[in-house]
Design a protein around this ligand. Structure first.
Ligand code: HEC
Ligand code: HEC
Ligand code: HEC
Ligand code: HEC
Ligand code: HEC
Ligand code: HEC
Ligand code: HEC
Ligand code: HEC
Ligand code: HEC
Ligand code: HEC
Length: 320
């Protein structure tokens, strides 16, 4: 009987010898790799770090202790484990005394001069946060565009702004400047007033849905809050069932009700046959000189008011 790497083998002679040789080799390679990565942690955890990083100048760092990562009594949190070094990596070398005019070695992770790549840094966070909420992170748009966890998340804070509804948009809009312009238009979802967050519609950690939406399709996403538009209607209006964004600009628009454009132009994108749907386009006035009802106030909606669908038995023309 010979036991190698927790497996037992019943072998004799030449094959036993080869197995023993192989087993020793694998062990040696593993030990060597281990040596290379042998972590060089500081002697007293956070107390070591705070000897230098606990002064007034770095007081902002201490907000960490009021947040979810700073609970020393909870061994799931970094401060309950290897403390500062759970995130920043082994800091023995950095914390050691350095000679006169000698450069202090930087910390492995999360500093302006950090040695680890963004991807390696993300692994630190994922080490504790590899749960269903992040199952689409790998291959998701943000991951593949090299956006890292800490591009959105602030750690040395009491309450991470990106997890708070009112302060979240500001974090996202730092990169998404087109959406910043859109949410400042005249008609918008109430994002800029802190009454709604980007994460009401989007999955920041990646999602299998287009545009990283919360729901499978754009319409399902809208129905979550605008359930009355789901129907079912006796008389459907085909584009409504197909895609709300055929007529609405979700983040914001300069036309009322977030419309992409106003009627009659809105309707005439699709209804441009001859006959009355084309009347508005001609801009013709009525014989007495007053503007056509096709152009006044609601334009086409003056009559076709049930633009999302009608439940009236004779509402096939969406006018009741
Ligand atoms: C002996 C004093 C001292 C100790 C102990 C110390 N640091 Fe530092 N640390 C510094 C100084 C000085 C700087 C600024 C270095 C620079 O700007 O080059 C710094 C910079 C940093 C930075 C950011 C800059 C970079 O180089 O990327 C981080 C992160 C950091 N320290 C974390 C830690 C952690 C975590 C510990 C505990 C394991 C620790 N430090 C212990 C003195 C210390
Ligand atoms: C949960 C992970 C985590 C823990 C735990 C943590 N840090 Fe940090 N630290 C970060 C990240 C991420 C940054 C980069 C800037 C940011 O997002 O706030 C950072 C930045 C820093 C910096 C440089 C930036 C600055 O503002 O000066 C220092 C120094 C630092 N940390 C020291 C510490 C010390 C000391 C501790 C332990 C008391 C600690 N960190 C614990 C994640 C962590
Ligand atoms: C040693 C494990 C550990 C590491 C490393 C770690 N976290 Fe956490 N994190 C936790 C625990 C535990 C909680 C509290 C969870 C709870 O209360 O359910 C938490 C909470 C959070 C929260 C929720 C905050 C809130 O306000 O609700 C965020 C966001 C977060 N972590 C992001 C990060 C990021 C980003 C990193 C990498 C810089 C990181 N974490 C590294 C263990 C860790
Ligand atoms: C594009 C910005 C963004 C990036 C990048 C990002 N997050 Fe988040 N994260 C958020 C937002 C927004 C929330 C709060 C709303 C939510 O849950 O969707 C959040 C919430 C969390 C939470 C607390 C709630 C939960 O889902 O468990 C944790 C933990 C967390 N993120 C970890 C991570 C980790 C780990 C990474 C890197 C792999 C990461 N995040 C990358 C934006 C981001
Ligand atoms: C560090 C910069 C950065 C931050 C911060 C950021 N993003 Fe992104 N985001 C990107 C990049 C880069 C892309 C890919 C290119 C693009 O579509 O603009 C992207 C793409 C997206 C997409 C399109 C996804 C797709 O598959 O089409 C959505 C939606 C999105 N981000 C939402 C958010 C939300 C919500 C937040 C805040 C919680 C956020 N982003 C924060 C950089 C960022
Ligand atoms: C009411 C739901 C909703 C909210 C809130 C929302 N979005 Fe979107 N977002 C969408 C929909 C739907 C799309 C896809 C169709 C479109 O572009 O209108 C989208 C698309 C995007 C895209 C991809 C655009 C492109 O053309 O590739 C980005 C980036 C984005 N949103 C960022 C954000 C940011 C940042 C916020 C917060 C300030 C935010 N969104 C808030 C619904 C929303
Ligand atoms: C998380 C909930 C939520 C989701 C999801 C959502 N909305 Fe909204 N929507 C709102 C709120 C809240 C308002 C503001 C209502 C108000 O101001 O009275 C609003 C307003 C609107 C308005 C303007 C209403 C008016 O009277 O001017 C339109 C149009 C609209 N949403 C379309 C959409 C579309 C299209 C989608 C899907 C892409 C969508 N919404 C997804 C919550 C949501
Ligand atoms: C064919 C174009 C078109 C499509 C497609 C469309 N809408 Fe509208 N929507 C309009 C018009 C036009 C108005 C303005 C109605 C008015 O002024 O009376 C409007 C108004 C709204 C309003 C605010 C007023 C109200 O009726 O509550 C909401 C919310 C809304 N739409 C949601 C949706 C949702 C959700 C979808 C997708 C299921 C959708 N719309 C698809 C044309 C459309
Ligand atoms: C994106 C294209 C599109 C837009 C924009 C659009 N429609 Fe339609 N509409 C359709 C389609 C497709 C039908 C179904 C036609 C059919 O069944 O023959 C339809 C049907 C109708 C009908 C029922 C008549 C019929 O032939 O069944 C009316 C009335 C109508 N639309 C009015 C409007 C009005 C008013 C607007 C502007 C507020 C508008 N539509 C915007 C595509 C559109
Ligand atoms: C004064 C009221 C009124 C206005 C304004 C109006 N419609 Fe109509 N529309 C009707 C009536 C009534 C019918 C049904 C006619 C019939 O059955 O012969 C109809 C039928 C339709 C139809 C289906 C039959 C067809 O002729 O193709 C479409 C599409 C339509 N309208 C689109 C529009 C558009 C687009 C506008 C704006 C330019 C508009 N309508 C403005 C009253 C109106």
């Amino acid at each position: 009987m010979y036991t190698c790497r927790k497996m037992t083998f019943a072998l004799t002679g030449g094959s036993l010898l080869s197995l023993m040789l192989l087993c020793t080799l694998v062990g040696a390679v593993e030990a060597a790799a281990g040596d290379e990565e042998l972590p060089d942690y500081s002697s007293a955890g956070a107390d070591t770090c705070l000897k230098c990083h606990g002064d007034d100048e770095s007081a902002h760092l201490l907000a960490l202790f009021d947040g979810p990562h700073g609970v020393i009594a909870d061994e799931r949190t970094p401060m309950g484990a290897s403390q500062c070094e759970s995130c920043h990596g082994p800091g023995g070398e950095h914390a050691a005394r350095v000679g006169f005019r000698q450069q202090r070695p930087p910390m492995p992770a999360f500093g302006p001069n950090a040695l680890w790549s963004k991807q390696r840094e993300n692994e630190v966070c994922l080490g504790c946060h590899q749960d269903p909420a992040r199952r689409f992170w790998d291959g998701g748009t943000h991951q593949s565009q090299d956006v890292s966890c800490v591009d959105c998340h602030s750690i040395h804070t009491r309450r991470d702004p990106v997890t708070v509804q009112s302060s979240q948009p500001e974090v996202c809009l730092g990169c998404h400047t087109r959406q910043r312009a859109e949410i400042h238009r005249a008609y918008t979802h109430p994002l800029r007033f802190g009454e709604m967050a980007c994460s009401d519609c989007h999955q920041s950690h990646g999602s299998p849905n287009e545009f990283m939406l919360e729901s499978m399709t754009i319409n399902q996403n809208c129905y979550q809050c605008h359930a009355e538009k789901r129907g079912p209607y006796l008389w459907e209006h085909a584009p409504v069932t197909e895609d709300c964004t055929l007529c609405h600009r979700t983040h914001g628009s300069n036309h009322p009700a977030l419309l992409t454009r106003r009627a009659p132009l809105l309707c005439q994108q699709c209804h441009s046959r001859s006959g009355h749907p084309s009347v508005g386009r001609t801009g013709e006035a009525l014989p007495d000189g007053s503007p056509s009802v096709f152009l006044l106030s609601g334009s086409c909606l003056n009559c076709h008011s049930q633009v999302h669908g009608s439940n009236h038995p004779s509402g096939a023309m969406l006018n009741r």
